[in-house]
Design a protein around this ligand. Structure first.
Ligand code: 3HC
Length: 382
């Protein structure tokens, strides 16, 4: 199969990621089927696509005619088999629960045409394990978009244990057709590139709150002063504390207990305060984006600690052959979030020896083994 053979894309899930991916596919000129488990979820996803397209028309990025054509190109479904019966490419964006993903892939395998490629937008989970629920594992691939999908450029294209090169190429070229910046992930590994590199920084940020070393506003103000479009705690709320919580559980199970969710995060989940989507999380979102008071910046919080942890984690990916080069990692980080530079670009300018020392100090201070510097970072030969 070639990317030119893809005419219709089906998206499973109409939530934050599903509706965004469906919109990206429409913007690239594809016919789209969007499916969720209840009509009200599908309706909500469709109205979010309408709102977002209206914004793009307002900003003259899309013409009114084009908007009309795109809305005529989308069909919505509740029945999974109906939604994929004539799809060439399927992208699953259901919640991050492995058993649920497996059930969905089993159903997709039965109902989708034989030639169709089945992609998962999983943030962290094993593509190989998901693919094993089907009889076509060579046609199963990871295709990880970032939130908001319509604006973020990165798509991680992940090779599962049995994914064929042909499937990788179609997914990669499809991401290019969607005007995205794809990065190949050569080995199926927890958190892939972007989320894996952010994971130790999330542990540090969790510990800072847990130990009451700073308030979220103080850290976010510091990062915003440095030019980040969102501070890290606002971003957690934006993506969803439930997403952060489930990722932490998965990392803790598969990688190290260092990643286990902190008690403050568990308390937020139990209280149902999940961030932007519920109107309250770490910050109050009831009146829109939280106001971050830049005068509250915690000046003795050193952002180089975050860079040190990112570079260190990134060297683990290079050591493990998960991604081909440091440049690819920088490309992923720049295009997946709001950073202007990748960790290696920043790390090189600070000095790898200094970063290794920071990792050592942080590992000792917090008792987190995963923060210890790798041999690659200690040698600085990157
Ligand atoms: N559709 C169309 N346009 C949109 C939009 C949407 N869904 N959302 C925002 N916009 C537009 C706004 O209208 C605005 O346009 P304007 O500049 O012409 O007025 C522009 O985008 C900027 O939006 P805002 O003014 O509301 O706010 P910001 O300038 O802060 O931009 C943001 C918002 C793009 C979300 C920016 O804050 C950002 O880049 N944040 C970081 C996001 C990030 O890091 N994402 C990765 C999360 S991790 C992840 O997804 C992994 C997964 O596995 C969980």
């Amino acid at each position: 199969m070639k990317v030119e053979d893809v005419k219709k894309i089906a998206v499973m899930g109409a939530g934050d990621m599903g509706h965004g991916i469906a919109e990206v596919a429409l913007l690239a000129g594809y016919k789209v089927a969007m499916r969720d488990i209840e009509q009200r979820f599908v309706d909500k996803g469709l109205s979010r696509i309408r709102e977002s397209l209206a914004k793009l028309v307002e900003k003259q990025k899309v013409t009114a005619d084009n908007q009309k054509a795109m809305l005529a190109n989308i069909t919505t479904f509740v029945d999974i088999a109906e939604s994929v019966k004539d799809a060439d490419f399927v992208i699953e964006a259901v919640p991050e629960i492995m058993d649920l993903k497996k059930q969905v892939f089993q159903a997709l395998d039965k109902a989708a045409p034989k030639h169709a490629i089945l992609a998962s937008n999983t943030s962290n989970m094993s593509v190989t394990e998901i693919a094993a629920a089907t009889k076509r594992p060579e046609q199963v691939v990871g295709m990880h978009f970032f939130n908001p999908a319509v604006l973020m450029k990165l798509v991680e294209v992940i090779k599962g244990g049995k994914t064929s090169e042909e499937t990788m190429q179609v997914a990669y070229n499809l991401a290019l057709k969607m005007n995205k910046a794809p990065v190949r992930v050569e080995k199926d590994s927890i958190g892939f590139v972007y989320n894996r590199i952010q994971a130790p920084t999330a542990v540090l940020l969790d510990l800072i709150l847990e130990k009451r070393e700073a308030a979220p506003m103080e850290i976010d103000a510091k990062m915003r002063k440095l030019g980040m479009p969102m501070g890290p705690y606002e971003l957690m709320d934006y993506v969803g504390l439930d997403v952060a919580y489930h990722s932490a559980l998965y990392f803790a199970e598969k990688l190290s207990k260092d990643y286990a969710p902190p008690s403050w995060l568990k308390a937020k989940i139990d209280a149902g305060t999940l961030g932007k989507k519920t109107g309250k999380g770490i910050f109050d979102w009831s009146k829109g984006r939280p106001e971050i008071d830049l005068s509250k910046a915690k000046e003795d919080f050193d952002p180089a600690w975050l860079i040190a942890l990112q570079v260190n984690e990134a060297t683990k990916l290079l050591e493990g052959g998960v991604v081909r080069s440091a440049e690819e990692i920088d490309k992923a980080i720049v295009n997946g979030g709001g950073s202007m530079f990748g960790p290696f670009q920043l790390g090189k300018s600070i000095g790898y020896d200094k970063l290794a020392k920071m990792c050592e100090d942080l590992a000792k201070k917090y008792g987190i083994k995963s923060f210890e510097p790798t041999e690659t970072l200690k040698k600085g030969k990157i």
